[in-house]
Design a protein around this ligand. Structure first.
Ligand SMILES: N[C@@H](CCC(=O)N[C@@H](CS)C(=O)NCC(=O)O)C(=O)O
Length: 212
């Protein structure tokens, strides 16, 4: 049975926005059976040698699929899509679009948004680096908004793992006001988060994961 190492207890600021949610959402959409190995972050479960052997970075999420260990949320989602034949086209051209937009989510969009949050959390609010990162993030979101003006989903005509990654990344900065000027991005995000699989995933996470 596929094992997912996911948070059982995590800092209250991070709870509800952790990257294990990406995997849980994909598993729910796909309908694959799995078991959760609950990890307690404040109790240093991620620092144990056994866990570091699975993920040298000591981070969540990790999957162990009968001995196939995969870390990195993007890699895990692409693995699950390949394994199940769902949430990604099987032909090369369609798969390339899903790879393209998965990497765009994790690199082109997540990097400026997360970097700004990190700078602001470290007494950088209002500083030049923070303003420069805000400008960088807004520029990318505006460009994304243009792409989404005529599209229902990010990579193909159907919902794919790239949509899970992009939707989750859009909330990475924990700053909803960042998205406000971008109507197509907001409509896209709503389209994806209204999916029953996401609602079910989030409800189950909130019932299971404790805030520390
Ligand atoms: N690039 C990694 C990042 C994973 C990551 O940042 N995980 C966070 C939770 S969302 C974590 O485990 N933080 C705990 C720590 O670093 O101690 C991925 O996408 O899986």
């Amino acid at each position: 049975m596929l094992k997912l190492y996911a948070f059982a207890r995590v800092n209250k600021v991070a709870r509800g926005n952790t990257r294990d949610l990406r995997v849980l959402w994909a598993l729910e959409e796909i309908g694959l059976p799995y078991e959760i190995v609950g990890m307690d972050h404040p109790n240093h479960d991620l620092d144990s040698p056994a866990y570091r052997a699975l993920n040298p970075f000591g981070q969540i999420p990790v999957i162990d699929d009968d001995g196939v260990v995969v870390t990195e949320s993007g890699a895990i989602l692409l693995y699950l899509a390949r394994k199940s034949g769902k949430l990604m086209p099987r032909e090369l051209a369609g798969e390339a679009q899903v790879l393209r937009w998965s990497i765009a989510a994790l690199n082109t969009i997540e990097v400026p948004i997360l970097s700004r949050m990190f700078v602001d959390w470290n007494d950088g609010k209002g500083t030049k680096p923070s303003q420069a990162l805000a400008h960088w993030g807004k520029m990318r979101l505006e460009q994304l908004d243009g792409w989404l003006a005529s599209r229902r989903y990010i990579a193909t005509d159907d919902f794919t793992v790239a949509d899970i990654l992009m939707t989750h990344v859009l909330d990475a900065g924990n700053t909803p006001q960042l998205l406000e000027p971008f109507a197509h991005v907001l409509a896209y995000r709503a389209r994806c988060t209204e999916r029953p699989a996401w609602q079910k995933t989030l409800d189950a996470y909130r019932a299971r994961v404790e805030a520390a």
